[in-house]
Design a protein around this ligand. Structure first.
Ligand SMILES: *Cc1c(COP(=O)(O)O)cnc(C)c1O
Length: 474
């Protein structure tokens, strides 16, 4: 399997190369040259597989430069019951991502049972193991530069801490994460972990990562790699739980399901799109946004108009406070029939701070890919956290509540609807308490998290300062 850049101006790479590269040299994102398709018989064979076997089966289609036995070992190490029973001991950990039925045809897919209590652990734990493996084989080291709005950072740092050959430089918006999220990262004392709080919002952090990565000389000299959701390895790992969720709620492949995905950078739902392209019988993919509704606007009008950081709201679902979705380019590439020159034309506008609008013809094609969307606001989140608690006895976090809201807007009672639970409520305790007056459960391992010593730097919003800091510490 070879990988191509959405912008069409970069050499084709194999999996291990793509894994370590992040952004393509032409500024595009890597995608496999074609999507492998599962036949009906293959889907039947996969139906009763364990999570580990499912993951191996899917990864194997995309990775042909790692020996099979090694890949299997990496998968088994990553998706162990031990790692994914950290958060909710009462659930069957072997399941990794258990499905919870709220009511007839409404399901939550729990993705937040890893060490940092958000779905990002599922991909990041895989990256931690596969990075260490590939770097060791190639005798290389890697300095990971990332940006986080609150959940990527902890997931990356927990996955990479103590890993050989890897250092992590993580940018976060100063003072806007929940105290719990900040403490998860800043309390890590590992020598290979560097926390940098930027005086700005998440998009500023993401822009610094782009600026540093676009300085090819610096990127190569300092061996800069990425773990934000543009990394293909993360998208790949996320494909697996769409299959798992589908098999959990159906018993034959003629049944179709809908998935609702709380969306920020479009990484999670991009994996759902790819699962659908691979033949998983998904009817609709529902994009749930919060007040930062750039993507909702796109799916309703065909106009994609990212907003500046000044026009990005801080909301009670902060991991979705994103106005420029870094993986969106991957979906648009497919929508445009993988036409790189058309894609590049659109993204020339995006990269210069402008907007694009699809032609009517291209806009009509969105239906073919199953996408619909909704947005929600604080009062919706409060109401849905309360109604899910009152009606079903489950406590959900604010992002998952955005998902439930969107699912309610689009669900058809006769079709299974799977809402992806993207974080545990304890991560957003204040908002959850505001809604139901109940404190969500905290894993006993994290009892005094916010009281631990913290280690981080505060920088103004300036890419040069970040470069200097990396130089001084590598
Ligand atoms: C990262 C995150 C999201 C958004 O996921 P994307 O892949 O960026 O679309 C939603 N909810 C939570 C809790 C997150 O951490």
């Amino acid at each position: 399997m070879r990988y191509i850049s959405t912008r069409g101006g970069s050499p084709k790479l194999n999996f291990s190369e793509v894994l370590l590269t992040g952004l393509a040299p032409d500024g595009g994102l890597y995608l496999p040259e074609h999507y492998p398709k599962f036949s009906n018989d293959e889907l039947n064979d996969m139906r009763d597989m364990t999570y580990q076997d499912l993951a191996f089966n899917i990864f194997e289609k995309f990775i042909d430069d790692i020996p099979t036995n090694d890949l299997r070992e990496i998968v088994n190490k990553t998706y162990s019951a031990e790692i994914f029973s950290f958060a909710r001991q009462e659930q069957t950990a072997e399941d990794i991502t258990p499905t919870l039925e709220l009511k007839n045809n409404l399901f939550l897919l729990s993705l937040s049972n890893g060490p940092t209590l958000a779905f990002k652990d599922i991909a990041m734990q895989f990256l931690g193991h596969i990075f260490e493996y590939v770097l060791d084989k190639q005798g290389k080291t890697l300095n990971i530069l990332g940006a986080t709005s609150g959940d990527t950072g902890p997931a990356a740092e927990y996955a990479m801490k103590g890993k050989k050959g890897i250092k992590v430089f993580m940018l976060s918006p100063h003072g806007t994460m929940s105290p719990f999220q900040a403490a998860q990262m800043y309390s890590l004392q590992d020598k290979n972990i560097f926390n940098i709080a930027i005086e700005g919002v998440f998009d500023d952090c993401q822009d610094i990562v782009k600026a540093v990565s676009n300085d090819l000389e610096f990127k190569n000299a300092k061996k800069i790699g990425a773990v934000n959701s543009i990394n293909w390895g993360r998208i790949l790992a996320q494909i697996v739980y769409y299959f798992k969720g589908y098999f959990d709620v159906t018993n034959k492949n003629s049944q179709k399901v809908d998935f609702t995905v709380p969306t920020g950078n479009f990484g999670n739902i991009c994996a759902g799109h790819i699962a659908r392209m691979m033949g998983l019988p998904i009817n609709h993919l529902i994009v749930a946004t919060n007040e930062n509704d750039v993507l909702d606007e796109f799916f309703k009008t065909g106009a994609y108009a990212p907003r500046s950081s000044n026009d990005t709201f801080q909301t009670s679902s902060p991991s979705m406070d994103i106005s420029k979705a870094s993986n969106f380019e991957r979906f648009i590439f497919d929508l445009l029939g993988q036409d790189s020159s058309k894609l590049s034309e659109h993204w020339k506008k995006i990269d210069s701070g402008k907007a694009f609008k699809l032609s009517d013809e291209d806009f009509q094609k969105i239906k073919k890919y199953g996408f619909v969307s909704s947005s929600s606001k604080h009062s919706n989140r409060m109401n849905f956290i309360r109604s899910v608690y009152n009606d079903f006895g489950a406590i959900i976090d604010t992002h998952t509540a955005d998902g439930i809201k969107a699912a309610m807007d689009h669900s058809i009672a006769s079709n299974p609807m799977i809402v992806l639970e993207t974080a545990l409520p304890i991560k957003f305790e204040k908002s959850v308490f505001e809604s139901i007056g109940v404190h969500p459960k905290r894993p006993h391992t994290l009892k005094d998290l916010e009281l631990l010593d913290q280690k981080f730097e505060v920088f103004e919003n300036n890419a040069e300062l970040v470069k200097k800091y990396i130089t001084d510490n590598t």
